[in-house]
Design a protein around this ligand. Sequence first.
Ligand SMILES: Cc1cc2nc3c(=O)[nH]c(=O)nc-3n(C[C@H](O)[C@H](O)[C@H](O)COP(=O)(O)O)c2cc1C
Length: 388
Amino acid sequence: MSLRSAVNADVPVASPGEFRPLSLAEDLAVWPPVVLAPMAGVTNPPYRTLCRAQGAGLYVAEMVHARGLAEGDAKTLGLASFDDAEDVRSIQIFGADPPAMESAARFLVEEVGADHIDINMGCPVRKVTSRGGGSALPARPALMREVVASTVRGAGGKPVTVKTRLGLDDDHMTWQDAVDVAAGEGARWIGVHARTAAQLYSGKARWELLADIKDRSTIPVLGNGDVWEAFDALRMMRATGCDGVIIGRGCLGRPWLFRELADVFEGNEPADPPRLGDVLRILLEHAGLLVEFFGERKGVLELRKWCSWYTKGFPGAADVRKGLQTIASLEEMRGYLAQLDPDLPFPEKALRMSRAKRGGSQDKVSLPPGWLDLGAREAVEQRGGAGA
Ligand SMILES: Cc1cc2nc3c(=O)[nH]c(=O)nc-3n(C[C@H](O)[C@H](O)[C@H](O)COP(=O)(O)O)c2cc1C
């Protein structure tokens, strides 16, 4: 048996026909039913290339601001770039302005060649929610409906999906409205991170609610939150009935997780994760891709966090990791990496370590003024009037 943590000790690999491919479009099936979560500052072309080389699935580019795209902002356009080898171009947009979402979707399809557009309705950060985007949007059911409908229209037949959280906080759960709107306005699937926006990344993802979401939804549901090992994906799908999984932090500095996922969904026991020497070879490959894409200066700055994620949990690496946080060149990086013992096996404890966004919640999700009142009114109207 391959290296697993105790929680997965008895989980069997998939049996033949147990899971089905996700249908993103008539001619576009995703197998295994696994999606690399869009992650800002992470799922850029170099990292998508690295993950794609490990396995199959769908690899979503980081979020871009719809209005930034519509206005031709250079930085936003840079984020919406794809490698020539990416035969499925998948990207996420955020915003709360229906016309901007429509033009952004149209631009992405017509000018960037996007094959898939995901709408961000889950981002919990102030910069996004205070303008009504991300996790704020599902609290306004009518506006959300317009946003999804406009994006679908702009995408002109290319598939649109939605990614959301359970709600703003425990008193303002929004997943029911999000599911209804996504299904009603033609989204191909809805992905749900099983935490509220107030929770950020704290506590455990509430997989039990994913089963309720699956019960309500007439479109496929992708579960998200706390899939750290390939066997977690099987466990989540078996426990909730979800049609697929979205994987974020688990693959940071562990692109081979996609190889393991491909194996377990095919019914095969995966190989053990790589020893430190092989991890470092992958890190060096990643470094090369980052420098090629961003240039050495920015590429090396980007690399600092990756160095820490790839070496996380290996014994004796803490001091080297500290040094790696200061690197200014590839040569310096190689110098630090040479101090590590290549024979160290991948530590079991590193399987479930969060490599980003640890701890902490927020008391209140920052919203535009009057947002919840407007949302309450819209909810009443959607149900056909106050007396209905
Ligand atoms: C560094 C980082 C950046 C993220 N950026 C985005 C983003 O751009 N869009 C989005 O929908 N979610 C974003 N997320 C959330 C993830 O997509 C995912 O929903 C979350 O990490 C929970 O999944 P996990 O437990 O597998 O990590 C980000 C998460 C991380 C750690």
